[in-house]
Design a protein. Sequence first.
Length: 249
Amino acid sequence: MRDGAMVEVAAGVHLVHGSNTNWVILTEGDAVTLVDTGYPGDRQAVLASLDALGHAPEAVTGVLITHAHNDHLGSAEHLSSTYRIPVYLHEAELPHARREFLHQVSVGQVLGQAWRPGVLPWALHAIKSGGKKDVRMTRPEPLPGKGPLDLPGRPVPVHTPGHTAGHCVFHLPEAGILISGDALVSAHPTSRVRGPQLLPAMFDAEREKAYASLADIEVLAADVLVPGHGPVHRGPVREAAGRARELAS
């Protein structure tokens, strides 16, 4: 899938493939919710994807971040400081976004897995795209509620810790869509598997919790998975989570 490719998942829901990471644009009339922001190097692609749908950055009423890794948080501070767009994360992820600590795969962990196909090309791409840049946020905000958020798309946050402490997926119950971030993906450059899966274990802060969070995903009524990595997956999310569990066992 080429960088910048956009897929219309449903009316008002678009998945954009960045450089190895996806973001999602939810539209409602002239207003937009942006879910994740790619790597720092994806900034122009993020802005171009909004423009392709006829929206200026000022149309974004809120940015939702599934978790604060560099490949999802990349342009959040820029959007916040330049356009005064609020950026929301789960409360447990706020200190991570401020970089009071960093739960991200280390160079040593990557080198330890360098023998695996795809790992070194992925690592070089990540560095080139800004994976080691300082993208800390100065004013991240906690999610403004637990039910449907008063934002375009009315996404419902669901806390799914494990990949990071404050990882959240966003459920669109009326559309039957789950925006899953890195709690459940459909592909990754470091994985030979295609289809629903957990990321390789080196990427998770707490693997057991990431595995356990699949149970919280399974109960969500959705038949379209919009992941942080990989293509859209169509089919019951319950089955997708079950497949990921089997692969990780």
